[in-house]
Ligand binder design. Sequence first.
Ligand SMILES: C[S@@+](CC[C@H](N)C(=O)[O-])C[C@H]1O[C@@H](n2cnc3c(N)ncnc32)[C@H](O)[C@@H]1O
Length: 283
Amino acid sequence: MTDRRLIEDSLPLGAVSKESRREKSLRHGHISTLHIWWARRPLAGCRAAVYAALRPAPTNSDQRRAEHTLIADLVKWEVTDPATMDAGVVAKAKRNLISPDAKGARRIPVVLDPFAGGGAIPLEAERLGCHAIANDLNPVAHIIQLATLEYAQNFSDLAGSSGSSLFSDNERPLIAEALEWSVGAIRQQVERDVKHFYQSTDGEVVIGYIWARTIQCPNPACRVEIPLMGSWWLCKKPKKKVALKPITESTSKIIEFEVLEGDEIDFDPHKCSGYFFLNFMQL
Ligand SMILES: C[S@@+](CC[C@H](N)C(=O)[O-])C[C@H]1O[C@@H](n2cnc3c(N)ncnc32)[C@H](O)[C@@H]1O
């Protein structure tokens, strides 16, 4: 006997795609705002995939239609927003997934994602009431998963009142201390492993580099290594403007940089490499 699943039968792809696309413009409450993760999958698509992988394939068109209607509602962003959460839809999906066994005990599905990246699949599995197990080779992904799947659920109420807390008044300071210790330990380990890549001059703490491909100036008299930048803006917020200014000094033939802020910015950071270094070559 085959155990065909709903995901092998059909999905309301139009509704799932529409909601998945919409997530790209969400800036509040989405896990993508926690930390960038390049291969992150849309939550709506993962929610539909987890649900449909765990549900049996329909045996007639009425069942199929009912499942599609439920999924089309379930993938809406509003369902995940605590302010507008439609507990009815999530609760119905959970009821469909968490079925009692022959003895009446609730069987909670276990979802394992061995390549969980930014944690979209395990997060959606947890939202649907499953036990989720996540793993990733990449330590950055692992930390994102801890923050998304464990810290938020376990520690979110530490700062609040003890009324609805998972922890007693005696436990809360200890748990807060443990969390602080864990974050400190991760920080120390990261420093130990990668600090030497971020060498500092003048005792400054370097937290990142601007990375650019370079090209050598084709002029035989020049031959300077030119960074290819689309823009020299480092920060372009209404109240904070910071730009990187390449200093093209003809004798050293090495391009140095200066960080300018606000009114100090005396050039157009939108003018890209070519414009700047054309001037340099003419020096
Ligand atoms: C396409 S991404 C997963 C994206 C994820 N579904 C999400 O929504 O963010 C694939 C992940 O597999 C991880 N990976 C690759 N090889 C692995 C291995 N051998 N063991 C564990 N993780 C691995 C990568 O680090 C990457 O994060």
